[in-house]
Structures are given as structure tokens and as C-alpha cells.
Design a protein around this ligand. Structure first.
Ligand SMILES: Cc1ncc(COP(=O)(O)O)c(C=O)c1O
Length: 430
């Protein structure tokens, strides 16, 4: 009988044989001859998602404009129905989630809705490790209100360049802050913030709070409504496997549903009256009001297939396996790659409640070249400046044996100094 984990290959095979989710792997197209460890950046295509996209094309081919009401499912309410199917992933109530637009566009709309500078509160709280697009959105929204980002973006600093301490965030929640926008999981280190605690502390101080959950939805369960989160947003092309540029999602807590969205468009109009073409905007009674223009059918349809898989697998079981897989990966790194001459470190917090779905493998001098050598060997990770190779075992399609193989590849790349034949510059898309 094996201990929990051992470094021998047999352990990975045993873990696979006991994996209750292993059959979901057959539902995905796995790139031939590769080990795909980048599903936290772009998730793989499933057969379900492909079928849903082909069904949408078939409806378009056969029904033309009648697809709005007679498509299967009807296109007119497609985004609302998909929002309902996503509710269980984030702990939302009916009508609080809508599938719409791109993540950054949704962030603009949500800031335009929730940022009401006045009564001495003119600032937006963010953190210095957040994804750059969020920072651009915050700064440009401040500029639109005539506010100087240098004075009105409160940027919480990281103590170690990898993580953000929750107490530092809370300390920055001063009386002049109107809104806080934070990541759920930090895209580089994989740190998972305590969303419930931060929401409670923000509200105690009269601050509204929203989270960019691109790196958590589909990997980590959330309970937005129970925690009272004001709003959230996420993309569907990472853990939700809906394809490059797939339509994104947003959540608005029902306590704010009576607020008019910041940006109005006819697709956010009360659906039963949308075609009255009334020039006075009447928002839909739900997160649907945050839609601006017509649903992007072919960028949305794959999510319909994807959500079938999530409904079957269940987000709690996915999280359980994901934690076990990242723990196994870290065990192998600690035991095989941390000493001389390997010198790898782990930049991801160890505590299960503080980590998302990927592991940040750090190498101070050669991360770019090791990343390139891995790709040459058919392992697909990604590189994040300055020293991080991100490795994401995806519960729905990565096997424990693949994790074991990835670590052997890294070890051999160092043993044979294979990385030395690669350029030191990162690729355009890394
Ligand atoms: C955390 C985070 N926020 C925002 C974005 C940008 O999203 P989009 O390009 O879909 O607007 C990304 C993209 O990877 C991301 O990882």
C-alpha cells in the first residue's frame, strides 16, 4: 500500500486508476503527442462544446432569422439560460449571471455602474499584481470621470512580488475608497484570495467590492450571493473550455439589480418589450440588463456544451481533484526539483484554501529557456515574466501520470542542460 504520494511512476498510475473523474478525459480533444498544462490560459475543446457550436451553425443554416425564437436553444434568451446554468459554479441566484461580451468590456460596464465618486470617496482600490487589462480599465474609467489615476487608484503593494496579503488590502480600505476590484486568483502565482473576508471588510467600511474571477471559475467553487459580493466577472476560455475569445460572464448581486447598468444598449432592455423599440431605456430585471449588444452566438455556443460537463462532474469534485493534483505536482517538485542543480521554487501558496488551479514553478535564471525546452518536448506550459513557468493540471482532462511525466521532463532538461540551446528572449505569445 502506497503512502499518499510517492515519487515512483507507479504512484501516478495508481492515482489515475482511483480517480473518479477520469472518464471525463475522453470527452476532450487532447493534442496528439503533447501534455497540455495550459488549460488555465486556454482550456481544451470538448466534444460537447464542438457539438454545441455545430448545432448553432445548423440552426443558422436551416432556420435563418427564425433561430431567435426556434433555435435549440432559442438565441434570443440564450445568454440568460446559460447564465442560469453557470449559477451553481459561483453560488448565484436566478437572474444574477449573464453571459455577455468580453471580460474587459464587462469590467468597464461594471465600473461604470458601481463607481459613483462623491461624498469624499473618489478612489478605486486595486492591487499591483492584478492582470494588466483590469488596471487599464480602472485607470481609463478614472480618467473618464476627470480623476487622476495617480491619485485615485489605490494600489496595494505585494510584500514578496508574488502574493498580496489580505491585511494589506484591508488596511488600504480607507474612507476615500468607493470601490475595490480584486482578482480571486492571482494570474501569476495562483494565490487564491479570501473573497468572503474581503467582502465583509469592504462592506464594514462602506466600500463596494467586485472580483475578477477569470482564474477561479470552473476550478474553485464560490458562494457570491451568500458572501454578499457586489459583482464579479470571468472569462469562459480558461477553465470553462469554451474557446479563444469565448463570450465572458458577469455576476451582479440581486441587491443591485434595481441599479441601471453604467452602459446601456438595446440587448439589456426588458426582453418582453425589447422590440417595442422605445427610446427610453428600461433595463431587464436581472444581470441581463448588463448586456449591451446582440449575443455573439458562435462565441457563446461552445459554453452550452461545456456546461453539460460541469453539471455532470460537479464543481466540488472538480475542486477536490484539482487540489489533489496541484498537491501531487508540488510534492514531486519538492522532492525532485528543489535541490542542486535544479534549484526550482514554488511560488504558489501551499495551503489549499489559498491556492487556485495552477502551480507557479519558479526558476530564477532560466525559466524562459526551460519553458521553451518543455515545449520542444511536447509539454505545453506557459511563461510569465520574470521567472514563472505556470503548470495547470486540469481536473477534467489531465492525468496524474502526465503530471509525473512533466516533472521528469523538467528534470531531464536540467540534467542534460538542454535549455542552453534555446534563446533567452520570450516568444511574442508566451
Ligand atoms: C485575470 C484576467 N483578467 C482579465 C483578462 C482579460 O480578459 P479578456 O481579454 O477576455 O478581456 C485575463 C486574460 O487572460 C485575465 O487572466
Amino acid at each position: 500500500m502506497l503512502n499518499k504520494f510517492e515519487i515512483i511512476e507507479e504512484c501516478s498510475l495508481l492515482l489515475d486508476s482511483r480517480d473518479p473523474l477520469k472518464h471525463f478525459r475522453d470527452r476532450f480533444y487532447l493534442p496528439t503527442g503533447k501534455i497540455y498544462m495550459d488549460g488555465n490560459s486556454l482550456g481544451l475543446l470538448s466534444k460537447d462544446a464542438e457539438e454545441a457550436l455545430l448545432d448553432a451553425l445548423k440552426d443558422f443554416k436551416e432556420l435563418g432569422i427564425d433561430g431567435w425564437m426556434n433555435g435549440d436553444p432559442p438565441w434570443f434568451t440564450f445568454a440568460e439560460k446559460l447564465g442560469e446554468k453557470q449559477a451553481h459554479l459561483v453560488g448565484a441566484e436566478k437572474g444574477e449571471v449573464i453571459v455577455h461580451s468580453a471580460n474587459t468590456v464587462n469590467l468597464h460596464n461594471l465600473i461604470a455602474t458601481f463607481f459613483k465618486p462623491g461624498s469624499g470617496r473618489t478612489k478605486i482600490l486595486i492591487d499591483e499584481l492584478n492582470f494588466p487589462s483590469d488596471r487599464y480599465a480602472v485607470d481609463s474609467q478614472l480618467l473618464l470621470r476627470g480623476l487622476d489615476p495617480a491619485k485615485n487608484a489605490v494600489v496595494v503593494k505585494s510584500r514578496d512580488g508574488k502574493t498580496i496579503a489580505e491585511e494589506d488590502i484591508v488596511e488600504a480600505m480607507t474612507v476615500d475608497v468607493a470601490l475595490a476590484i480584486l482578482p480571486s486568483v492571482l494570474y501569476r502565482s495562483g494565490q487564491l484570495l479570501d473573497l468572503q473576508y474581503l467582502t465583509k471588510e469592504a462592506h464594514k467600511r462602506g466600500i463596494l467590492i467586485g472580483f475578477d474571477c477569470c482564474h477561479s471559475v470552473g476550478a474553485v467553487p464560490h458562494s457570491f450571493s451568500e458572501w454578499g459580493v457586489d459583482f464579479a466577472l470571468w472569462c469562459n476560455y480558461k477553465y470553462l473550455n469554451s474557446g479563444p475569445g469565448a463570450t465572458a460572464s458577469l455576476y451582479v448581486n440581486k441587491k443591485h439589480i434595481d441599479k441601471a447598468p453604467g452602459l446601456w444598449g438595446w440587448w439589456g432592455y426588458n426582453k418582453s418589450k425589447q422590440f417595442d423599440m422605445d427610446p427610453d431605456f428600461q433595463p431587464a430585471p436581472g444581470a441581463g440588463a448588463w448586456q449591451i449588444g446582440t449575443v455573439h452566438l458562435f462565441s457563446t455556443a461552445p459554453l452550452h456544451g461545456s456546461m453539460k460537463i460541469f453539471a455532470e462532474a460537479g464543481i466540488e469534485r472538480i475542486r477536490e481533484k484539482s487540489l489533489k493534483q496541484t498537491e501531487y505536482l508540488m510534492f514531486l517538485i519538492d522532492n525532485l526539483l528543489s535541490g542542486e542543480p535544479y534549484n526550482f521554487k514554488i511560488g504558489t501558496p501551499r495551503e489549499p484554501e489559498r491556492r487556485g488551479g495552477h502551480v507557479a514553478l519558479e526558476h530564477d535564471s532560466e525559466a524562459i529557456r526551460i519553458n521553451s525546452a518543455l515545449k520542444k518536448r511536447g509539454v505545453i506550459p506557459d511563461f510569465r515574466f520574470p521567472n514563472v513557468i505556470r503548470l495547470a493540471p486540469i481536473a477534467l482532462y489531465t492525468s496524474y501520470h502526465e503530471i509525473w511525466q512533466v516533472v521528469q521532463h523538467v528534470k531531464e532538461i536540467i540534467d542534460q542542460r538542454e535549455y542552453e540551446s534555446f534563446p533567452k528572449e520570450r516568444e511574442t505569445v508566451s
